[in-house]
Design a protein around this ligand. Sequence first.
Ligand code: IPD
Ligand code: CA
Ligand code: CA
Length: 257
Amino acid sequence: MLNFIENLAKEAGIMAQNQRKHLSSAGIHFKNERDIVTDVDRQVENFIKTKIAESFPDHAILAEESGVSKEHDSEFLWIIDPIDGTTSFVHDMPIYSVSIGLHRNGKPYAGVIYAPRLGELYSAELGKGATLNGTPIHVSTRDSLVNCLAETGFACLRAGLKENNLKHFCRIAPQLRGIRRDGSAALDMAFVAAGRVDFFWEMFLQPYDIAAGEIIVQEAGGRITDFQGGNDYPLGHGIVVSNGIIHDRVLEQLALD
Ligand code: IPD
Ligand code: CA
Ligand code: CA
């Protein structure tokens, strides 16, 4: 199964990269003033869904651009973000990914994140560890904020929400070694799993942003909670993804008003 997902993510990523050359303004559409989707997002999503349906016709699928495509109950649910980081993709920035997650009986079972411009394939299956391009990965061991590199995002700003991440950013960033906003929540999570980044937090992400990253981080020894340390992520109270060691310090910072 993991082999199937890895090959599918790679094919989809190469398709996205190739189709980028033909992207024109006519192929860029607006979900709202700043939230864009391209014809390539839709094409890649259709490709992924078709391949899954060919091999697993009884499985259910939830995809970012077309929603839930199988109403009946199924043991397996595929959760797809065809291009995570569409803004970067449109601006020809290299950090974007194809993210394919698979749930079994409602729980994370497998996940693959492929970044074609980086040539990086992150992959995990329940109980079998996580890998980057086939090499096992594990979260970092840094235990103090001053030694940490963090990632965050600002979906809240794009959505024009009052309750936004700027207050958290301004409080936390000055305490860190460094902070990045790379534009792909899936890759932000993958970078934590690989031990490159020590923690990531964001508000207002969607299930398809995190489905693959969740199992990859868990299998790499990381911890994932909502902002209050619970499991109501990502739709409830934000999401915090970390090496586990620094997690409670991050929760303390996010709890400050
Ligand atoms: C976006 C990216 C971004 C995050 C946004 C997401 P999309 O995904 O993951 O990093 O901050 O909230 O919507 O829209 O490019 O698939
Ligand atoms: Ca996304
Ligand atoms: Ca997307």
